[in-house]
Design a protein around this ligand. Structure first.
Ligand SMILES: *[C@@H]1O[C@H](CO)[C@@H](O)[C@H](O)[C@H]1NC(C)=O
Ligand SMILES: *[C@@H]1O[C@H](CO)[C@@H](O)[C@H](O)[C@H]1NC(C)=O
Ligand SMILES: *[C@@H]1O[C@H](CO)[C@@H](O)[C@H](O)[C@H]1NC(C)=O
Length: 488
């Protein structure tokens, strides 16, 4: 849900650090950013990086699987059939593999303080076919035919009363409507543990529990293909890794960043929610929500505490970046080492138009093969775009050559030409303040800040992008193996 951060993908770790005063976390963040910068600036040409098999030059083991998977979606109907109803949404859900929903429980977390437009858009796109969607919030209501569960009611009132954040919760229950998103965000971290417990109670027979927020996009076909390759009786916790709580010896615990969505196997949930039982069969140990109440109060973020609780039960994160991604769709650096032949499973903070646009675009694909990042380039029509004024494609991973007296910094024409002259330059942004930014990856970018929109023009070297794509077709999908060293 909305955390108040900007849509830039690099902004989210900053937010977490601000919410947590621990210097160690900051140190880790700085290390992580350094690695990130080193990766950005030391990267070689695009095509060398992604050559399949390059990784196993020295060892025999690749860091990815090339599973042959098959879709669980049904074949799309003939054009004539959809003409009968004229209703795309119907046709869409006819193809959706609803039979999987008893085995795969999907849980959407929102807040009564959230922008209704975002929730409505999500339910009309990403979650439109999830008939048994479990909606978790901070107020009991109903949305598009789904019951919305007030999950915070599960926390003991005695614990709530001692927590200032719950004043906003009580106000929501009284029907007050002037509660702002910031107060909602502070309550948000209390939802994570009760949410897992509720999911287990609502669908105890599920093999997989999938958690997402209203700004998470899921490519269901890829998620389902991937889950079929794993045993739900193995304790699994999958998502995009982020550095969390201190666990001693200068180490941090890695948790699945909530905005990118995450997965828990049945075994992981069973281990997490297990409670001690007395001689009469009565629970004598606290629930996981009660046990971690104080930890949640002291932490900035519920996803971090969930990861910590799992860690204390012996379950470590399977880091699934970049398949689970914190980038919005328009910010993905297509063509870099991590975003080409890998299947895309999740994205974060995509624009509302992209939520609906991509869901519809996906439904028009035939789904014989998994959706790779390389395919998503067609959604953006990268390689066919003309220059855009008021646009910035170099806000992430851009390269500014020094000194600033270099000719490319002199004009848009010079910047465009200089990008063209460099084999590795695929996109560029020119700022009339006298800055030319080159981008190695195929990146759409977004509108530049309104105040300085007049200054920015972004462009793409279309011929080079098209030629690069022809040279770099994906023979097989790269389903990345779990890793906690391969991070954003
Ligand atoms: C659609 O229907 C028309 C007439 O009924 C038929 O000639 C045509 O082959 C059909 N098209 C498809 C794609 O099935
Ligand atoms: C199509 O949608 C309408 C309303 O959304 C519904 O009444 C109808 O039953 C649906 N048809 C099919 C075939 O699912
Ligand atoms: C694609 O391959 C051809 C032939 O090897 C080469 O001339 C061309 O520069 C390559 N294109 C890009 C963008 O790397």
């Amino acid at each position: 849900m909305g955390s108040g951060t900007s849509t830039s993908a690099t902004a989210w770790p900053f937010f977490r650090v601000l919410g947590n005063t621990k210097l160690k976390l900051l140190a880790v963040f700085l290390t992580v950013s350094t690695i990130l910068l080193l990766t950005l600036y030391s990267s070689r040409g695009l095509s060398e990086d992604i050559a399949p098999g390059a990784k196993d030059e020295f060892t025999n083991e690749k860091d990815y699987w090339t599973w042959e998977t098959s879709t669980r979606f049904q074949k799309p109907k003939h054009e004539n059939d959809s003409d009968d109803t004229g209703n795309l949404q119907n046709a869409t859900c006819d193809a959706f593999p609803s039979d999987m929903l008893s085995r795969i429980q999907i849980i959407l977390k929102t807040s009564a303080t959230e922008d209704p437009k975002r929730v409505d858009t999500h339910m009309a796109s990403v979650t439109r076919c999830i008939s048994n969607l479990l909606v978790i919030s901070d107020k009991e209501t109903e949305l598009h035919g789904h019951r919305v569960h007030d999950i915070l009611a599960d926390l003991p009132p005695s614990a709530r009363n001692q927590t200032p954040e719950f004043e906003a919760y009580e106000a929501l229950q009284r029907g007050e409507s002037n509660i702002d998103g910031a107060a909602g965000w502070k309550l948000d971290r209390f939802k994570f543990l009760p949410m897992v417990e509720r999911a287990k109670k609502v669908n105890p027979g599920a093999e997989w529990y999938i958690f997402l927020e209203t700004d998470t996009y899921f490519v269901w076909d890829n998620l389902f293909r991937m889950l079929e390759q794993f045993d739900p009786l193995f304790p699994l916790y999958m998502g995009s890794p982020a550095p969390g709580r201190d666990i001693g010896d200068g180490k941090v615990n890695w948790f699945a960043y909530g905005g990118s969505g995450f997965v828990l196997s049945r075994a992981a949930v069973d281990i997490l929610v297990a409670r001690e039982v007395g001689e009469y069969g009565q629970f004598i140990g606290p629930s996981i929500s009660e046990r971690y109440m104080q930890v949640v109060k002291d932490d900035c973020c519920g996803d971090s505490v969930l990861g910590f609780a799992l860690y204390e039960k012996g379950i470590e994160l399977s880091g699934m970046w970049p398949m689970f991604n914190a980038h919005p769709l328009d910010s993905i650096p297509f063509g870099d080492e991590h975003h080409w032949c890998q299947p895309a499973i999740s994205m974060h903070k995509s624009q509302l138009g992209d939520m609906t646009g991509l869901a519809d675009w996906e439904d028009e694909r035939d789904r014989t093969k998994p959706l790779l990042y390389a395919d998503l380039v067609d959604y953006h029509r990268l390689g066919q775009l003309s220059e855009r004024k008021g646009w910035d494609n170099g806000a992430w991973g851009g390269i500014i050559e020094q000194p600033d007296t270099l000719p490319q910094h002199g004009s848009l024409e010079a910047c465009r030409q200089a990008c063209h002259d460099r084999d590795w330059c695929m996109s560029y942004t020119y700022d009339t303040a006298g800055v030319c930014v080159f981008v190695r990856s195929l990146r759409l970018g977004a509108k530049s800040k309104l105040e300085i929109a007049e200054q920015f023009t972004a462009g793409w070297d279309n011929d080079k992008i098209q030629s690069w794509r022809v040279n770099n077709t994906c023979e097989k999908p790269m389903w990345m193996k779990p890793s906690l060293t391969r991070i954003f």
